[in-house]
Design a protein around this ligand. Structure first.
Ligand code: SOE
Length: 379
């Protein structure tokens, strides 16, 4: 059987992460498209990809392409994912899914209409011990969930000299930190617990109101811009979010989000406290899972397939103690997606509906911050 072929649009930081993961799975990448033909050609040469498309239309016209990976800035997700489905392609789209819930709702409708597979890259689910934690939580080992809390803190935007397209609301969306990393945390905890956030109460703040915007482009996680090649601009997006959460079973929670916390690199921490115990995990130390007890010593599970729950074990690809991390999460996610497309395996991956769910949550958070009160989360 002819293997499925992928193509990637967007050749920045995460586009290259997708390329590596696809190559590790042996999935042929037919070509890539950059923001300009020249950037696409340069990336194809540097990454040894057989073809650089002149533009996205040329990518969609390539009949050998079965799956399009959308790795562009957020404002392009809706148009590109829509066009890809209409062209008969399956879609793997980076998060956040779109700029608004109206756009993401239309993507859900279009996916149902076209029947194409549509995955969204909430890759944080795919750390082996997040699957382990979910299996334990859903089997009741932690008991009735009472509290779900944590944070997602980074410092790559700490310097006012660092720029990213995420800082421009016309490109990144009305909410920056909440949509970029809050969507990961909220998707993860709803998936882990099987609960839904029903109400939110949010406080947002901007601590760095002016930044240096380079006259050229800037990649995610890039270094600061020299002042002589930049202009000072005002930015309004939130550097900070603190959100109170009410869950569908009556549990309560909270999350702190920021990308200007010096020393926090990719500090996604979640903790669930239940009626039988607690469980917590940190993306900066992803091969350890903590189980808290009040009637016995706490436990630390070092990632070990033999000790993992059966449903989780398939996501530990390496032996006990052989660390699995960020790049591996994309490999495992894409494995689920391509197995589904190729052989009709169950949908185990985050879908367009999960992506839309996070857009709805973002909009409730934005409304709560504006009205300074609790807001019910819609559909
Ligand atoms: C920047 O905050 C970023 O690259 C996010 O966009 C990713 O989704 C996250 O996984 C790592 O940090």
């Amino acid at each position: 059987m002819e293997p499925l072929h992928a193509a990637i649009v967007g050749v920045g930081f995460v586009g290259r992460v997708h390329l590596e993961a696809l190559r590790r799975l042996g999935i042929p990448v037919a070509g890539i498209a950059g923001s300009t033909p020249e950037k696409g050609q340069a990336a194809a040469r540097a990454l040894q990809v057989p073809r650089a498309y002149a533009d996205f239309a040329e990518l969609l016209a390539d009949a050998t392409v079965d799956v399009v990976h959308v790795c562009t800035p957020n404002h392009l997700h809706f148009a590109m994912a829509s066009a890809a489905m209409r062209a008969g392609k399956h879609v793997v789209c980076e998060k956040p899914l779109a700029l608004t819930a109206q756009e993401s709702r239309e993507l859900v409708r279009l996916q149902q209409e076209t029947g194409r597979t549509f995955a969204v890259c909430f890759n944080q689910r795919y750390y082996p011990l997040c699957h382990e934690a979910r299996a334990r939580l859903l089997s009741g080992q932690i008991g009735q969930v009472r509290m779900v809390h944590g944070q997602f803190l980074q410092d790559w935007l700490f310097s006012p000299r660092v720029w990213s397209w995420r800082l421009d609301p016309s490109v990144g969306g009305a909410l920056r930190t909440v949509a970029d990393i809050g969507s990961h945390w909220l998707d993860l905890v709803e998936w882990l617990t099987g609960l839904r956030v029903t109400e939110v109460c949010a406080d947002l703040a901007t601590f760095i109101p002016k930044r240096l915007k380079p006259t050229g482009s800037a990649e995610t996680f890039s270094e600061g811009t020299p002042a002589d090649r930049a202009e000072e601009v005002s930015v309004a997006g939130e550097d900070y979010a603190a959100i109170l959460l009410a869950f569908s079973n009556g549990a309560r929670g909270s999350v702190a989000l920021s990308q200007v916390c010096a020393g926090r690199k990719n500090h996604l921490w979640w903790e669930v406290n239940g009626s039988e115990g607690s469980i917590w995990w940190n993306a900066e130390d992803p091969n350890r899972l903590w189980i808290g007890r009040s009637d016995a010593p706490n436990q630390v599970l070092v990632k070990s397939p033999a000790l993992m729950q059966p449903d989780a074990r398939r996501y530990a690809a390496y032996p006990a103690g052989h660390a699995e991390g960020y790049p591996d999460t994309f490999v495992r996610l894409f494995q689920d997606v391509y197995e589904h497309i190729r052989s009709g395996a169950p949908v185990r991956f985050p879908t367009v509906a999960d992506g839309h769910r996070q857009m709805v949550l973002c909009e409730a958070i934005g409304e709560s911050a504006r009205t300074r009160g609790w807001v019910k989360v819609g559909e």
